[in-house]
Design a binder for this molecule. Structure first.
Ligand SMILES: NC(=O)c1ccc[n+]([C@@H]2O[C@H](COP(=O)([O-])OP(=O)(O)OC[C@H]3O[C@@H](n4cnc5c(N)ncnc54)[C@H](OP(=O)(O)O)[C@@H]3O)[C@@H](O)[C@H]2O)c1
Length: 306
């Protein structure tokens, strides 16, 4: 049954990872509904009328303690993460610190100090629960471990967590321009040929505006502590189809070079099970892939002055 909601208007809301792709969209929405928005970044950032910035590293318990004791948030969105599909050894420690240690630090402080709700972002890359979950990357291992800790903090210390497991998010203003959609979009807009892997990977793509809706519901719905919600379109679309749509939207004459790069080993192929997000959060993805890609292309084109 769909739960009732409490508004975040006038609430003190802290967003870790506020400078990131999803964080920026979420902070804008929080500001629009009248929340008092605070963001954490490792870099110094000038505060604006949208949010007040705090400088700190999530991997430092002392930084996080200083910020949490000063801000005293009602609600926290924990988005800070080293987001990377890199399989190499050099990705192990950054993902450990920025994903796992930062989550354990935050939840330890919330267990000590209290807070109404913590929404923790998980990932489609996490291995599915099975007899022996095997992570496909250091990022996946760290995110999965962070989810294990998140559930433990709820069970043992009654930290009011809600998990939001995000599938492949795309949309305007994605920070990492090496990710498929910004890379292909910008290449095509510049008249360059995108160099790609086989394009066969099947992915559950979800528009960033829908993700913000889901995160907001995860923070506002009453009585869902300890639950986890998968937020995706619940449809698989191969990379090659997404590239085809971008080609049609921008320049059908450019032929992307499939097979120029190797496929990554052990790619996750997963569809979001959105049944509980529909039932409990009243959440549905609203934006079709075609519509979301068109909005994304328009945004990047306007950035290039096209
Ligand atoms: N984008 C997707 O498709 C996707 C899919 C599944 C799950 N997710 C999850 O959604 C969340 C947001 O993703 P995103 O795409 O918005 O990522 P993003 O653009 O890479 O932003 C992540 C932000 O985390 C901050 N951060 C990293 N390490 C930190 C640390 N040690 N201490 C404090 N802040 C740190 C960075 O801010 P500063 O550099 O300013 O410190 C960065 O802006 C992540 O938890 C990610 O795992 C994303």
């Amino acid at each position: 049954m769909e739960c009732s909601s409490v508004s975040l208007a006038d609430r003190i809301v802290l967003v870790t990872g506020a400078s990131g792709f999803i964080g920026e969209h979420l902070c804008a929405r929080l500001h629009n509904i009248g929340a008092e928005v605070h963001g954490i970044s490792r870099s110094e950032q000038p505060s604006t009328n949208v949010l007040r910035w705090w400088q700190g590293n999530g991997a430092s318990l002392e930084d996080m303690r200083r910020i949490l004791t000063t801000v005293k948030p009602d609600v926290i969105f924990h988005l800070a993460s080293y987001v990377s599909g890199d399989r190499s050894l050099k990705a192990v420690l950054p993902t450990l610190y920025s994903n796992l240690i930062s989550t354990v630090n935050l939840l330890t402080l919330v267990a000590e100090m209290g807070c109404r709700r913590v929404v923790v972002a998980g990932s489609l890359e996490e291995p599915e629960l099975g007899e022996l979950p095997i992570a496909c990357s250091p990022y996946a291992a760290a995110k999965w471990s962070a989810s294990v800790y998140t559930r433990m903090f709820y069970q043992l210390y009654q930290v009011p967590v809600v998990g939001a497991q995000l599938f492949m998010v795309y949309g305007p203003a994605q920070k990492d321009l090496n990710k498929l959609i910004p890379y292909v979009t910008l290449s095509l807009l510049r008249g360059e040929t995108p160099k790609l892997s086989s394009g066969k990977r099947q992915v559950d793509w979800i528009y960033v505006g829908d993700i913000v809706d889901g995160l907001m519901a995860a923070a506002q719905k009453v009585g869902i502590e300890g639950e986890n919600f998968e937020l995706g379109s619940s449809k698989l679309t191969p990379v090659s189809t997404v590239v085809y749509h971008l080609n049609q939207l921008i320049d059908p004459n450019i032929r992307p070079l499939f097979g120029a790069l190797n496929d990554r080993p052990m790619e996750q192929v997963r569809t979001a099970n959105i049944a509980s997000a529909i039932a409990r959060l009243g959440w549905h993805p609203q934006t079709s892939l075609e519509e979301g890609l068109a909005k994304t292309v328009n945004w990047y084109a306007s950035q290039l002055g096209k």
